[in-house]
Design a protein around this ligand. Sequence first.
Ligand SMILES: [Zn+2]
Length: 290
Amino acid sequence: MSQLNVLNRYLFTDAHARGELVQLSSSFKSIIKNHNYPAGVEKLLGELLSATCLLTATLKFEGDITVQLQGDGPVGYMSVSGNNNQQMRGIAKMAEETSAETLQTLIGKGTMIITIRPSVGEAYQGVVALDKETLADCLAHYFEVSEQIPTKIWLFCDTEQQLSAGALVQLLPDGDGSIENKEQQLSDFEHLCQLTNTIKSEEVFSLEAEALLYRLYHQEKVNIFEPQAVTYVCGCSADKCLSAISQIEPSEIKAILAEQGKISMTCDYCITTYDFDELSLQSFISKVNH
Ligand SMILES: [Zn+2]
């Protein structure tokens, strides 16, 4: 694939449905880099990354989406966030070492929490139990209960090649409401799902989006929008660290500096360490002298 971090959105013009395909390489590599996650954790995180890309692409406004998995398993917490510009970051927090491979054995008994934060307006949250076999099935269940729109998601991850991918087929919500039409729409939706079901992981990781979409849907009328680049953006910065340090009591800052000569903060997501010495913290500690 020459276009490795790209999200494609398309309309099935005769079927009252939409679709998305995401194929990721370096953005997935960046998320797992320096973490030394076990293979099973990398695979689930890769799936969660593609899933979150697909979800953010369904946003009709500026904002971001965070998808969190929480449970009592060896991976107590996993989270990926992305915004409408497809800038993504994510993390897994291990409660213990694990060689587990499946959603159930990694996360354990738990929930998926989807938080949608529009740039303007209130944030809202949807919560579903992680009681299906795969992440893709849990997401389909989420759409069923929270949005009530028939949606199917396919997720792929190859940890050896460090590639992640996903596809989505969704009925458009605003049908004309007549029962005949609804039945036709549902049968079109099922047909598109059957076609999408034939994606093999080797082709989703080797074919360009256009070739793959042609392979799957050449008998359908498909209107493909301009592809969108997906990037890894952690969002951490020295300024954000300084604003966190400004919350610490000046006397405590002085005490840490006296003991360690600096204050170090490491970003949980990208493992970048920011060091601040006495000089760079002067404005915070000068308060203690007044
Ligand atoms: Zn960071």
